[in-house]
Ligand binder design. Structure first.
Ligand SMILES: [Zn+2]
Length: 351
């Protein structure tokens, strides 16, 4: 496997061999044996910019210490385990786990962006908002989630602060007043956040038609009219209908439950709390990668059928080691996760 690796481009962004690599733009320069791996890592040198690099330069675990823990940590974190408990289970320091979580999640956010670039025509989408909080329960957050109906693929998520005022004279209202006198008025960015998610739907539809199913919140109707006029048929379903599998909102209700279950920090009545909204967003990107590219669509049924496969975005189910294999910060020039030799870029697979 290691011998088969051919660098697809020069990793130096300023080198012309990065965007348009010529044939044999590199020389082989032997290999080295890292302490954490059994097999040697091949080294290369770009003939154009004379920079040295190795197979590691293309990997997501580039410069990682203890890369063998990345896969197990990913599995713990998308299984609802907290950062601290993951650290205890893997015998790592909590700061190591926090650092690894942010690095892996940022890599997966880019992977999601690189793979999901267009949505097929004439599909139905479901949209809903979850509520959670950061730091303390008087600091609520809204979490809009957009999925595709038949595949259950998570298309977009976001996180934003919202402001909720409790009954006058109540303990919570006094608590919020104390908090706001110290830190300033809590912003409410609910509208901008929902708008951002629907704008992503518009970009991904790229002129295609679709159906959007939501509950009856007036904001959704007005944003749908202004952002997706004539492109998306907006269907509103009463939130009072029984939450059974016959409810048209069933797929998004189930996704919400799955989000609460798989992401410890979204659980109700739990000690796990997001300290910062942006870390919750990273966790959601990690979940979306797991949900779309690795986890099968339903517990019964074809194990190879993940939401991403059903949507036609990836050719097959991706293993966790593949999700965490190649760095994705070169957009569609990054190596596709299903490419084991590393020679095929995202552009070649998506096209
Ligand atoms: Zn170069």
């Amino acid at each position: 496997m290691t011998q088969a690796f051919e660098p697809p481009r020069c990793p130096n962004r300023r080198c012309p061999m990065h965007r348009a690599p010529g044939p044999r733009f590199y020389q082989r320069r032997g290999s080295y044996r890292p302490a954490c791996r059994a097999e040697p890592v091949p080294r290369f040198r770009c003939k154009h910019c004379r920079r040295g690099f190795s197979r590691q330069t293309f990997r997501l675990d580039y410069r990682d210490r203890k890369p063998e823990f990345n896969g197990p940590l990913f599995q713990l974190l998308i299984g609802g385990t907290s950062l601290r408990q993951s650290a205890r289970t893997l015998c790592l320091g909590v700061h190591t786990v926090q650092y690894k979580f942010r690095k892996l999640a940022r890599g997966l956010r880019l992977l999601n962006r690189n793979l999901l670039v267009q949505l097929p025509a004439d599909r139905s989408y479901l949209f809903d908002e979850l509520e959670t909080f950061e730091q303390r329960s008087i600091c609520p957050l809204t979490v809009p989630v957009l999925i595709e109906k038949s595949s259950y693929a998570v298309v977009a998520t976001a996180v934003a602060p919202i402001r909720r005022v409790a009954r006058r004279g109540s303990r919570r209202q006094r608590w919020l007043a104390r908090y706001e006198s110290q830190y300033g008025r809590r912003p409410d960015r609910s509208r901008a956040c929902v708008r951002k998610v629907l704008a992503r739907l518009r970009r991904l539809l790229d002129g295609n038609q679709g159906v959007l199913i939501t509950d009856q919140k007036a904001l959704y109707a007005s944003l749908c009219r202004s952002l997706l006029p004539g492109q998306v048929e907006h269907v509103m379903v009463s939130g009072k209908l029984a939450r059974t599998s016959f409810n048209p909102l069933f797929p998004i209700n189930m996704t919400d439950s799955m989000l609460r279950d798989n992401n410890g920090r979204l659980r109700r009545r739990s000690w796990l709390v997001s300290k910062r909204a942006r870390c919750l967003l990273l966790q959601l990107e990690m979940f979306a990668a797991y949900r779309n590219w690795h986890r099968k669509r339903t517990n019964r049924g074809d194990p190879a059928l993940t939401p991403g496969v059903q949507l036609g975005v990836v050719p097959r189910r991706l293993k966790i080691a593949e999700l965490l294999a190649w760095r994705q910060d070169w957009r569609d020039r990054s190596i596709h996760p299903a490419s084991s030799s590393g020679s095929e870029s995202v552009r070649q697979w998506v096209a």
